[in-house]
Design a protein around this ligand. Sequence first.
Ligand SMILES: NC(=O)c1ccc[n+]([C@@H]2O[C@H](COP(=O)([O-])OP(=O)(O)OC[C@H]3O[C@@H](n4cnc5c(N)ncnc54)[C@H](OP(=O)(O)O)[C@@H]3O)[C@@H](O)[C@H]2O)c1
Length: 315
Amino acid sequence: MSSSMLSSTTSQTKIFFMGATGYIGGSVLNRLLSHPEASTFAITALVRSPSKASKLEAIGVNTVIGSLKDDALIESLAAAADAVISTADCDDDDIAKAYLKGMKRHFEETGKVPILIHTSGTGVLADRSAGYFRDVPVYIVLPSMIYGLASGRLVDLGIQNKFSSQVPQLIKAALGRGQAGMVGAGTNKWGAVHIDDVTDLYVLLFDLGRTDPDAIGHGREGFYFGINGECTLGEIGQAIGEKLVAIGRATTPEPTTFTEEEIKAYFRGSTFWGTNSRGVANRSHSIGWNPRKTEKDLLASVGPEVEAILKERSG
Ligand SMILES: NC(=O)c1ccc[n+]([C@@H]2O[C@H](COP(=O)([O-])OP(=O)(O)OC[C@H]3O[C@@H](n4cnc5c(N)ncnc54)[C@H](OP(=O)(O)O)[C@@H]3O)[C@@H](O)[C@H]2O)c1
């Protein structure tokens, strides 16, 4: 751990950040580094790559090298923080329990109530429930299908993953089978959100949460959807197919149904991309979230995404 975190003054906001090198986390961290109040933040990121840690240190982020599997470490880092931002793993209960324990300790030791911004996903609308509530202000962001290549300083420095999961997985499968695909008839729908728009939502919650935590819904009232538009998975398949035809990697733009073998090979046997996950981001809008990109931008993002994946493979 660098010494600056330990010596930070009380006027600083100490932030414990998980997932700093990831697609979502890197985008949020990038925004915090250029935030108007950035000089008052002492950000500590838990990372597992020593080389990425030194790149982060060079741009003013304190780092601790370690794993999200280390509950005691997570607890102690959370105990030292005024705000915890969790963007690494939305499904791991042990990680959540560890930082919640640490946040409780922070309150007991300092009398200051920390805030938590945790990442979930609108996948919960498809097949399971999520969320937990403790006696600290908890804001849970549920991004839908995030799309677009992440950009900015952390990407340029080779710190951050710039790819999302859903569209890139579908592109890789299409490249593998030489034709775009879909689960079943592809008439299922997912809400979508651009990476820059969902990043705005995190920063908005962070700003509102630390100034007046009770002014906006938290805990049971603290679920914030990141959704702005929706489309069918068949439409995404079609956009992938059109790009593949344009670059000579497929002969027809129409997506066809993935076979069972393909589902096993490309999606570890999961038909998750055959689910529907739909919602309306009323609460996010009510606190001033103003996303700009819609499903048209999602479909337009597919071409550049195909090119970026091919470039990464050839490089
Ligand atoms: N992308 C979407 O559309 C979307 C939508 C809704 C919800 N989500 C959820 O949000 C979460 C983050 O998504 P993402 O797209 O940002 O994923 P990502 O790019 O793969 O980022 C994951 C981050 O977690 C870190 N990490 C993973 N395991 C770790 C471990 N054992 N120890 C330390 N660090 C670890 C990674 O570090 P390394 O760089 O070392 O790998 C990286 O910083 C996931 O749970 C995902 O399911 C994603």
